[in-house]
Design a protein around this ligand. Structure first.
Ligand SMILES: [Zn+2]
Ligand SMILES: [Zn+2]
Length: 326
């Protein structure tokens, strides 16, 4: 079968013919229908060897962690993107995103969904109902991660308040929708790109701004969800939170937080950061999409054009999540 694989740190991935994998105990073979591309794929591809080698991954492996397809009986399924063991004390409580065994997963260190077939353990298989498996992959990662962020901030979001979403790309646009479905908060989305602002507005943002400097002074937001994570978004994002509010850092642009002890952090508030999501997050996002409550905008690419799709992702010229359709 065809697969798109990473062969070495710092080297461009490429197509390779590999055998169809054989399911082991507790595993199922999934025929991939579509696989979304994620910015973290690019991070992996550009990771310097000394950093990458610390992860202990075996090369080569097939990329792709936003996977959906069909089981051998034809039923459509999506595969949970976050890896977890299912047995540790945290997994038992449904906290899969903090499982200590989650560093290696499908598409990051193990064979992922950019192939005709992929293996999945049964507990990571979620039924899709009427949703199209060619497009559903991003729900499990872009969708579920944004959902996790909103769910974390939810206790701080109260009627009459405002929530700011910084970065209205793949994740931020989902966050805007979850805030509209789950809360009565006023949603302000901030993004320099006109197309992303227009999309955020079309999926329910009450107000869209091209820059953080346009936020009202002393806004006092209940929550700010930062899907960028640069120096400027961290500083301005935290400054916009009211006492007792929440700032969530999800974007991994690598920004710093200076002088946290000198009035920077929201008094009695919450500052949190995370990667990934839980199985329950993915399940709920799929249910919301199946109920028609959230839109999952994708741009389709054939398997031969995966490099082009990554290029479009890198240059920020996509108009939705890129999915490779098999
Ligand atoms: Zn991802
Ligand atoms: Zn675990």
């Amino acid at each position: 079968m065809r697969a798109f694989r990473m062969f070495d740190w710092g080297a461009a991935p490429s197509h390779e013919e590999v055998p169809v994998p054989e399911p082991g105990a507790g595993q199922v073979l999934v025929r991939v229908a579509g696989c979304g591309l994620c910015r973290s794929d690019l991070t992996m591809q550009q990771m310097p060897r000394p950093v990458g080698e610390k992860l202990g991954w075996q090369m080569p492996f097939t990329l792709g962690h936003e996977t959906a397809g069909r089981l051998d009986d034809g039923s459509p399924v999506a595969l949970v993107a976050t890896a977890s063991c299912g047995r540790c004390r945290l997994c038992v409580r449904g906290l899969e995103s903090v499982c200590p065994h989650g560093l290696t997963g499908r598409g990051y260190g193990r064979d992922g969904g950019l192939a005709e077939y992929v293996l999945a353990d049964r507990r990571s298989v979620l039924p899709l109902g009427d949703l199209d498996p060619r497009h559903a992959g991003p729900l499990t990662d872009a969708g579920a991660t944004a959902y996790h962020a909103v769910r974390r901030a939810l206790p701080r979001i109260v009627p009459g308040g405002t929530t700011v979403v910084i970065g209205a790309g793949g994740l931020g646009a989902f966050a805007v929708q979850f805030l509209r479905v789950l809360t009565a908060t006023t949603v302000i989305a901030v993004d320099p790109a006109e197309t992303r602002r227009a999309y955020a507005e079309s999926v329910g943002a009450h107000q869209v701004l091209s820059g953080l400097e346009l936020l009202p002074r002393r806004l006092g937001a209940d929550a700010v969800l930062d899907f960028v994570g640069a120096d400027q978004t961290i500083a301005a994002g935290i400054a916009a939170v009211r006492p007792g509010g929440a700032y969530g850092l999800i974007g991994s642009a690598g920004g710093r937080l200076d002088r946290p002890w000198f009035g920077t952090l929201p008094r009695d508030g919450e500052v949190f950061t995370f990667q990934g999501s839980t199985i329950a997050d993915a399940q709920e996002v799929i249910a919301l999409a199946a109920a028609g409550l959230v839109r999952n905008q994708v741009e389709e690419f054939p398997f031969e054009k995966v490099e082009e799709a990554y290029e479009r992702l890198a240059t920020g010229t996509l108009t939705g999540r890129a999915v490779i359709v098999l």
